[in-house]
Design a protein around this ligand. Structure first.
Ligand code: NAD
Length: 434
């Protein structure tokens, strides 16, 4: 099957490479010529484990190619996936300008054969209908619209695409569903995991999934603040509830507040959908607010750990990406926490195994960038763990103790052993625990 994928970001490129790996012929399109040139040269423009190998293999076998020419890419395509960004607008609603533009370009390139246009991007309910009307305005060729929201996790995206828990297919046109089923046949060998539904329900399913996961995190973050106040250990509480099969252990980890390219913007968009529909989503509103509070609360606790003032203090920030195994820094909590500490007078040295360059491109020389975790800690008055990369989970505390000026640890992910840290001479601060 000929497939075109519009947008070669984290989702588009994984989608394109994934479908080509199932034997389809895929053309990936991006408006960014630099990105397309890199891809043509075999370079994946962001960090995603396993993706360069997948891309290379399928390019070599002639099933995967890259272009800036949307019209040529969609002309013979049976399926066109829209995987462009849907960032937050200033009011928190989803900014659909990239999607509108992409839909228009696709419409102009459609050939005489029936084409299915599929939104992979996360889009508010009703966007499929909008795409339908935009396309209809610009073409006389036969087409249908479907929604196939993406549930991949950055850092494990290739696995998620090749072995999905579920594939949600939404359309009001059975021909569109049939064609999507065919495209996904390669991943369904161990059993059919498709969930077929109408277009609007598919659009809402994606937001519902992210909102549920974010709610668990915010619930634990808020509870951790109570635990701090009442002298409890949130880690004991977490394990105590996570063993209940009705609750389960995942997404119960308290931390510094969630970030990333999805949860914050998708929660705001869902909040906006509720407000616009006159059905305010109180839980979602509270989750957004609790998350903002958690980042500020974390920064305030770091200042408290520095003795109540950050003026003249040196802080090492370990981990800058919004989570481990990605170089994505969109809405990374580290950015807000750094801004807060800077304003409070601290000097900051940051370290991240992969994302430092992206952070530097965004915030510049507001902090210094260390080549490794221990270098960042030299002369520090506090070592703060923000992103729990594997290499940061079990540091050599004895070595660290010799490097720092003041032995204070702030474990923003509760991954260090407080007893071990104390035995090495550190004052330990975690989230929701003494
Ligand atoms: P991204 O910003 O990494 O990539 C978007 C790409 O689209 C960019 O390379 C941009 O140049 C390109 N683009 C924009 N307009 C275009 C056009 N008219 N034609 C061709 N290319 C165009 O975005 P992403 O992280 O891949 O996210 C894409 C969508 O998928 C969003 O709606 C997001 O919410 C959703 N999503 C993302 C993730 C994730 O983990 N990143 C997971 C699930 C869903």
């Amino acid at each position: 099957m000929h497939i075109a994928v519009i947008g070669t970001g984290y989702v588009g490129l994984v989608t394109g490479a994934g479908f080509s790996d199932f034997g389809n012929t895929v053309t990936c399109v991006d408006i960014d010529p630099v990105r397309v040139e890199k891809l043509k040269g075999g370079e994946v423009p962001f960090f995603e484990p396993g993706l360069p190998e997948l891309v290379k293999r399928n390019v070599a076998q002639g099933r995967l190619s890259f272009t800036t020419d949307t019209l040529a890419a969609v002309k013979d395509a049976a399926l066109v996936f829209l995987a462009v960004g849907t960032p937050s607008a200033a009011d928190g609603s989803a900014d659909l300008s990239y999607l509108r533009a992409a839909a228009q370009q696709v419409a102009k390139g459609l050939g005489p054969n029936f084409t299915v246009i599929v939104t992979k991007s996360t889009v508010p309910v009703g966007t499929g209908d909008l795409v339908k009307s935009i396309v209809a305005e610009h073409t006389k060729q036969p087409f249908a619209v479907a929604s196939n929201p993406e549930f991949l996790k950055e850092g494990d995206a290739v696995n998620d695409f090749l072995k999905p828990d579920r594939v949600v297919l939404g359309s009001d046109d059975p021909r569109a569903i049939e064609r999507l089923r065919e495209a996904y046949r390669g991943v369904m060998r161990t059993g059919d995991r498709t969930h077929v539904m109408d277009l609007r329900s598919a659009e809402l399913t994606k937001y519902a999934a992210n909102a549920m996961l974010a709610t668990r995190i915010s619930f634990m973050n808020e509870l951790s603040r109570l635990a701090e106040k009442l002298g409890c250990d949130i880690e004991k509480v977490r394990k105590g509830i996570g063993s209940d099969p009705r609750i389960g252990p995942k997404f119960l980890f308290p931390g510094v507040g969630f970030g990333g390219s999805c949860f914050p913007k998708d929660l705001r968009a869902l909040r906006d959908m509720g407000r616009s529909a006159g059905v305010v989503q109180g839980v979602v509103e509270a989750v957004v607010e609790a998350n903002e509070k958690q980042k500020v609360h974390t920064a305030q606790r770091i200042v408290a750990a520095l003795g109540g003032s950050a003026a003249g203090k040196r802080v090492a920030i370990w981990g800058l990406a919004f989570k481990p195994e990605t170089d994505d820094i969109r809405e990374a909590p580290a950015i807000e926490i750094i801004a807060h500490l800077k304003q409070a007078g601290a000097t900051i040295a940051g370290y991240d195994p992969i994302a430092a360059e992206n952070i530097k491109a965004q915030i510049g020389d507001v902090i210094t960038y260390a080549p490794n975790a221990y270098a960042a800690a030299e002369g520090a008055d506090a070592v703060v763990l923000i992103t729990e990369w594997h290499e940061l989970r079990h540091p050599d505390f004895a070595k660290l103790k010799k490097l720092v000026r003041t032995p204070v640890l702030f474990d923003g992910r509760n991954v260090w052993d407080p007893e071990e840290a104390r035995a090495a001479g550190f004052t330990y601060h975690g989230i929701g625990r003494a």
